[in-house]
Design a protein around this ligand. Structure first.
Ligand SMILES: [Zn+2]
Length: 214
């Protein structure tokens, strides 16, 4: 049974009076993530890795978060990419593939913390550390999308109209979706590619979205 994490967190909010002294700040595309003591604050774990409160960070990152209570796993989705982060395990799972990690997500004071670098890098973000400001700087790359993607079959895709399209491709992420997938709305117009068949999508280099399973 999946429960939203907010339910889990809300049940455990502790009104402790902590002095806010973050071991680290987090900035995503130049915007600082606001942490507050009721949801926890970033800290450095025993492996020297920065752990960040799950919900604030991942929502600021623009992803959706689901908590699987049975498997004690955080399931994060963004732009058709799914990353599963099991609590206490030295790996994460990106689109079904296990990636080993040198530290693990954890629960501290009833709050879930994620190793920020490995999780966000799994989504293709670049993550750096600015020591002078003690800030984890995250770039989603959304502003630098001008890297030209060679359209595999430009004439073919331009011939397909929206009404003919069985699937919608994203020429930036190279994922393809069912038209009713919630990630379709998030595709920028310039990256929308109409695909007539699944074979067209696959042969054009598109990878099926893990959320809508086209
Ligand atoms: Zn999808």
């Amino acid at each position: 049974m999946k429960r939203t994490l907010s339910v889990v967190i809300a049940a455990f909010v502790i009104a402790a009076s902590l002095i806010p002294a973050y071991a680290a700040n987090v900035s995503i595309d130049g915007r600082g993530v606001q942490f507050d003591e009721s949801y926890g604050e970033p800290f450095v774990d025993q492996s020297g890795r920065i752990q960040v409160p799950l919900r604030q960070t991942m929502e600021a990152f623009g992803s959706t978060v689901i908590w699987n209570e049975e498997t004690k796993t955080v399931i994060i989705e963004k732009d058709g990419t799914k990353v599963e982060v099991p609590i206490g395990q030295m790996y994460i799972v990106k689109d079904g593939q296990r990636i080993s990690n040198d530290t693990a997500a954890l629960i501290k004071d009833s709050r879930v913390y994620l190793p920020v670098r490995s999780v966000l890098e799994a989504f293709g973000a670049s993550v750096s550390w600015d020591d002078s400001s003690k800030t984890v700087k995250v770039s989603t790359g959304a502003e630098q999308e001008s890297i030209p993607t060679i359209s595999p079959t430009p004439t073919q895709s331009s011939n397909v109209t929206q009404s003919e399209a069985a699937y919608i491709g994203n020429s930036n992420t190279m994922k393809f979706h069912r038209p009713d997938c919630r990630y379709v709305d998030q595709i920028k117009d310039v990256h929308v590619v109409y695909l007539k068949t699944r074979d067209n999508a696959i042969s054009g280099g598109y990878v099926p979205c893990k959320v809508c399973n086209p």
